[in-house]
Design a protein around this ligand. Structure first.
Ligand SMILES: *Cc1c(COP(=O)(O)O)cnc(C)c1O
Length: 454
C-alpha cells in the first residue's frame, strides 16, 4: 500500500479508492470527502486531524450511552475472550438465553418468544414471513398481503422496502417489490389548524378501519412505526392511533407488527413506544439501540399463539426455517445485556425527560422563524421542519439540497446533524450533558438560517 500520513486527507483518499458508502452518491465526495473517525468518546467523535464532532444523531439512531462506553466495551471484551460465536441452531449460549429472558420480561405483556436476526431489515423480513407463514399454518392461506402507512420506513431489503413508502429509497426498485396496501399516515404535521394530535390521529384512523374492513380476508398483517415515522422526516402521531389499531386488528383478525427498531429503548420517553398506547403487538421488531449502538443484532418478539402455530412434528412441515449465519451472535448479545444493565441501574428515562424538556424549551422560539413550519418533539427526538413557504407549507425543491448545506455548516461547528430534506432533527445519545444539548440546539438554530438562506 502507499505510504502516507495518519491524517484525514490520507485516510479519505484511501477510502475513496475502495469503499462504496451506504446511502451516498459517491460523486458527492469529490467536494466533501468522508470524515475518517479515529475514536469516539461519549457523545463525541474525533477525526484524524483532531476535530471533534458532537454526535447529535446517535450515529444513525443506534447509540444510547455514548461511544466507547466502558461498561459495554468491557462486556464485549469479556465475551470475546470466551466465545465469539456459535451457530444458534442445535446450540445455544448464555447471552442469547438471558437476553431473551430479559427482553420478554421488559416487553409488553405476552411477547414471550424471541427470534434473533442480525439487523433491522432482517427483523422486518422475519416478522413479515412469520405472519404470512402463521396464516398458512392456520388454515387461512388467502391472508398473504401487508398493509402499511404512507411515508413509512422499514428497511432496505426487498421485503422491508416493499412495506416502506419513502419514494427516495423505494421508487427505482418498485418493479421488484411486493404489492402492498398503503393507507394515509396519522402524521400530525398534516393536521388542520386547531386540531389536537389525538383528534387528528383518531380521524385518520377511519381510513385504516375502512381498509381493514375491506381487505381483512387477504391481509396477513399491518406494519407500523409506533409514534414516530423516523426516516420519513421524524413525523409523529398520537398513541391513540395505536390503541385503535390494536383493537381493529383483533376484530378483523389481522396481525399487528410494531417496528420499534428506531423508537425502542427509550427514544420516545418510554422503554417501548407501544407502552404509551398500552398495547401488545403480535410482533415487535427491535434493533439499533438494542446493543447500545455497538454491534448489529435484531430480534422479533412474538407470543405463544404464534409460536404454537409452528410447533409440530418435523414432517408436518410447519417449522420456521429462516436463519442468518450470525443469528444471536454472543458478542452482540453481551452488548445488549450490558445496555439493559444500564437501563436497570440508572434512572435513564427520568433523566431523559428533563433533557427532552430542556431541548424543547430551547428550540421553541424557532417556531416563529419565517421558514419553520413546525417544531415537534417526542421524547428524545426533536425535529424542526423548514419549508419554502410557511403559509402553504410548500417544501423546498429537493434539487436544491438545502439539508446538505446545513449538514456542512453543523460539521464546521463541531456537531453531526444530518437533516432529512428540510427537516433538521436531533436524536442524541442519552449521556449528553445539559451544556452539550444546548449546543446542539444552538447549532441547529444556525442551521435553520443556513438552510433557509438565499
Ligand atoms: C433503521 C430502520 C430499519 C432498518 O434497520 P437496518 O438495521 O438499517 O436494516 C427498519 N425500521 C425502522 C423503523 C428503522 O428506523
Amino acid at each position: 500500500m502507499q505510504a502516507g500520513g495518519d491524517d484525514n486527507a490520507t485516510w479519505a483518499a484511501r477510502d475513496l479508492r475502495h469503499v462504496w458508502h451506504p446511502c451516498t452518491q459517491m460523486k458527492d465526495h469529490e467536494s466533501l470527502p468522508p470524515i475518517p473517525v479515529r475514536r469516539g468518546v461519549g457523545v463525541w467523535l474525533e477525526d484524524y486531524d483532531g476535530h471533534r464532532y458532537l454526535d447529535a444523531i446517535s450515529s444513525w439512531w443506534t447509540n444510547l450511552f455514548g461511544h466507547a462506553n466502558a461498561r459495554i466495551s468491557g462486556a464485549v471484551a469479556d465475551q470475546a475472550a470466551n466465545l465469539e460465536h456459535v451457530l444458534l441452531a442445535g446450540f445455544t449460549h448464555k447471552p442469547a438465553i438471558v437476553l431473551a429472558e430479559r427482553l420478554s420480561a421488559l416487553a409488553p405483556a405476552g411477547l414471550s418468544r424471541c427470534f434473533y436476526a442480525d439487523n433491522g431489515s432482517a427483523a422486518v423480513e422475519v416478522a413479515l414471513k412469520m405472519s404470512f407463514h402463521y396464516w398458512q399454518n392456520s388454515g387461512r392461506p388467502a391472508k398473504q398481503r401487508f398493509l402499511t402507512l404512507s411515508n413509512s420506513y422499514h428497511g432496505e431489503t426487498l421485503g422491508a422496502l416493499s412495506v416502506g413508502d419513502v419514494p427516495l429509497y423505494r421508487q427505482v426498485y418498485d418493479p421488484l417489490l411486493l404489492r402492498v396496501l398503503t393507507v394515509p399516515s396519522p402524521d400530525c404535521y398534516q393536521r388542520a389548524a386547531g386540531t389536537s394530535w389525538a383528534a387528528h390521529s383518531e380521524q385518520q384512523f377511519a381510513l385504516m378501519e375502512a381498509a381493514l374492513a375491506q381487505h381483512a380476508d387477504e391481509l396477513a398483517a399491518v406494519i407500523v412505526e409506533p409514534l414516530v415515522q423516523c426516516a420519513g422526516g421524524m413525523r409523529m402521531y398520537d398513541a391513540r392511533y395505536l390503541a385503535l389499531l390494536r383493537e381493529a386488528c383483533d376484530r378483523h383478525r389481522v396481525h399487528l407488527i410494531a417496528d420499534e427498531i428506531a423508537v425502542g429503548f427509550g427514544r420516545t420517553g418510554t422503554l417501548f413506544a407501544c407502552e404509551q398506547a398500552g398495547i401488545t403487538p403480535d410482533f415487535m421488531c427491535l434493533s439499533k439501540g438494542l446493543t447500545g449502538g455497538y454491534l448489529p443484532l435484531s430480534v422479533v418478539l412474538t407470543g405463544e399463539q404464534v409460536y404454537a402455530a409452528f410447533y409440530d412434528e418435523y414432517c408436518a412441515q410447519r417449522a420456521f426455517l429462516h436463519s442468518h449465519s450470525y443469528t444471536g451472535n454472543p458478542l452482540a448479545c453481551a452488548a445488549a445485556l450490558a445496555t439493559l444493565d444500564i437501563f436497570a441501574s440508572e434512572p435513564v428515562l427520568e433523566r431523559n425527560r428533563a433533557l427532552a424538556a430542556r431541548m424543547a424549551a430551547r428550540a421553541a422560539p424557532l417556531g416563529a422563524h419565517a421558514h419553520v413550519a413546525e417544531v415537534r418533539q417526542c421524547g428524545m427526538i426533536l425535529a424542526i421542519e423548514t419549508v419554502r413557504h410557511k403559509a402553504t407549507r410548500e417544501p423546498w425543491p429537493w434539487q436544491e439540497r438545502r439539508g446538505l448545506r446545513a449538514y456542512r455548516h453543523a460539521l464546521e461547528r463541531g456537531v453531526l446533524l444530518r437533516p432529512l430534506g428540510g427537516v433538521i432533527y436531533c436524536m442524541p445519545p442519552y449521556v449528553i450533558t445539559d451544556a452539550e444539548a444546548d449546543r446542539i440546539i444552538d447549532v441547529a438554530a444556525e442551521c435553520v438560517e443556513v438552510l433557509c438562506g438565499a
